[in-house]
Design a protein around this ligand. Structure first.
Ligand code: GTP
Length: 194
């Protein structure tokens, strides 16, 4: 079992708890008790790898900068949420990203509440642009409506963490680079034969 620790971050009311509960139970529950921070534990198989998962949902209202920083140090990967209906939560993203250690690059930016099109304050393109600037993966989804999208986002983050933990030559990104280089070389030599 590979231990993987994930932290769910974002401004208030962006759906952090809803996302954790959705991932753990597959259910969407409207309202939660926000007073305490909660650690969810479960195991999942990701790409044939058994993963021992801990997901920390911190109560933003209650937590000090010091405790936020200590949670960030604890985590291997981050789900950073904003709500498409709360422009302010989108504007807070770069600040939160700055708090995350530069060496910790496993981060998925989630634009939540995609079902609330009528109240949209942040466009999909703005989210994509920000993710590009912050060099992270981007997903727009609705925790309320899409159980599979939530699972896919968490799994994608787990893959990033596992990839980051592998010694450099084993990393998926490294293998992909080598594969692309080889393909290019093979294509070129084929072209030359013709
Ligand atoms: N329509 C809609 N509502 C959502 C969605 N996700 C969460 N909510 C609602 O948004 C509100 C806030 O969700 P929470 O999960 O409590 O948000 P949080 O980020 O944990 O909030 P704090 O603990 O205050 O930081 C709740 O009323 C949820 O039911 C979604 O995808 N669509």
């Amino acid at each position: 079992m590979v231990p993987v620790k994930l932290l769910v971050l974002g401004a208030q009311n962006t759906g952090k708890t809803a996302l954790c509960v959705r991932f753990m139970t597959k259910r969407f529950i409207g309202e939660y008790d926000h007073k305490k921070e909660v650690t969810y534990r479960c195991s999942r198989v990701v790409d044939q790898e058994a993963v021992d998962l801990e997901i920390l949902d911190i109560a933003c209202k209650e937590s000090s900068v010091a405790s936020l920083e200590s949670s960030i140090r604890w985590a291997d990967g981050f789900l950073l949420l904003y709500s498409i209906t709360q422009r302010l939560s989108f504007l807070e993203v770069p600040q939160l990203k700055k708090l995350i250690d530069q060496t910790k690059q496993s981060l998925v930016l989630i634009a939540n509440k995609a079902d609330l099109e009528i109240g949209r304050e942040v466009t999909t393109e703005e989210g994509q642009r920000l993710a590009k600037e912050l060099s992270c993966t981007f997903k727009e989804l609705s925790v309320a409506e899409a159980v599979l999208a939530v699972e896919a986002a968490v799994f994608q983050l787990i893959r990033l963490v596992l990839d980051q933990q592998r010694p450099l030559p084993d990393r998926r990104s490294y293998m992909l680079t080598v594969r692309h280089a080889l393909t290019r070389k093979l294509t070129r030599s084929k072209t030359m034969q013709w």
